[in-house]
Ligand binder design. Sequence first.
Ligand code: HEM
Length: 434
Amino acid sequence: MRDNNKAETRNSLILHLRPRQVSARAIKFTHTFGLGGMALVLVLLLLFTGILMMFAYEPTPERAWQSIASFQEDVLFGRLIRGVHYWSANLLIPVVVLHLLRVYLTGGFHSRRRSNWLIGLSVLGFILLSGFTGYLLPWDQTAYWAITICTEMLGLVPGIGQGLQSAVVGGSQIGSATIINFYALHVAVTPMALIALLSWHFWKIRMAGGVVLPSASVDNPRAAFRTVPFKPDLLLRETVVSLVLIALVLVTAIIFSAPLGEPANPGISPNPAKAPWYFLGFQELLIHFDAMFALIVIPLLVVAALIVIPYLSYAADISGDWFLTSKGRRMAVVAAVTAMVLVPLWVLLDEHLIGPGGWLPGMPSLISNGLVPFVFLLAGIIGFYVLIKKSFSATNNEAVQSLFVLVFVAFSLLTATGIWFRGPGMSLVWPWQM
Ligand code: HEM
């Protein structure tokens, strides 16, 4: 019997990649929601459809738009292939962010999983770079002006901004150097980096003994160690989730074609000109803070916080249960509600009371729109941490978790404001007035 099993392992690629037995608790859908697997399916769809489009795409300002238009019109299934690429890319970002959230909220970043958290963060960075570089390639008005806005945002950073902007653009204006740089990054650098990093990510999951598991139930400790065979139990579930996702992307791509607007016209800027939707949180920050804080200080602090999360000292290495404890769950709700009240208030206050002059009109923008609101923000965040920890008599795991939820919900709300509530001149409007 054992010999049969060994022979089966030797002959099966899948069983080399995955364990023969998996924990029954690890494959419960609500433990991971299959988000990591979904992200992988979307990455594979992107690679497959991207390679097909490379046969037709021409990365020059003169030919880019036309090559995409004729790929859609003249190539068999061209429109569908581009649609699948477009929708997979737009779905990948929320799926990966939700996966990050799931890993964080189930404590999947402690001890043996620390380095995999960092690998995951690099994966996220490359996914954003891939989205950003791909955005320009259709060379229509939306693409051209979204990338113009993003690169102009870089140019606003005091001191290094201009240098940063011309390095990304490859000159003083978006043109053939930009499109060829973006193309190389999009079709060679980011896919290769993602393939390497994801292989490492999966190997690390295997090395950590699979996904993090909920702590053993005291009433029924035997259930905690129950295992089920990978084939068919997990394989079947993964196949079903993958097929449902592929069907969803296909149907979406059939019903809603990927947009292709008028060819890029550097002379006519749309109003409002917005960054790609996943960067609108930053564009929104730019409305409320000086560029130095909106584009450098705050993003760097958030990235630094994400990196140090696994290295903070925690009261106990509790892993595997959603929100750690029931108290942790209640604190997370309080954090989310706090962000839902304070962020819209801040946005409205800034629009109607404070205005573009900032908090101390007459002072330089770096102080009036930068340092002063930033100190308020920091004081609010520290105050929230101290207050919630004390009022719930919480451990630092629970308090840090509620801070994470607060910042996550706040940034999501800023992004939503940028997507749905900013109209001409980036002033506040209702979505139906846009
Ligand atoms: C395309 C991007 C990604 C893919 C395909 C991917 C895939 C996966 C898969 C399949 C798993 C195991 C099961 C699951 O959670 O569904 C996993 C676990 C994990 N992922 Fe990712 N992931 C990606 C991005 C990220 C990001 C952005 C992070 C965050 C920093 C991250 C951190 C982790 C960690 C730490 C684990 C182990 C957690 C545990 O043991 O519970 N991953 N990933």
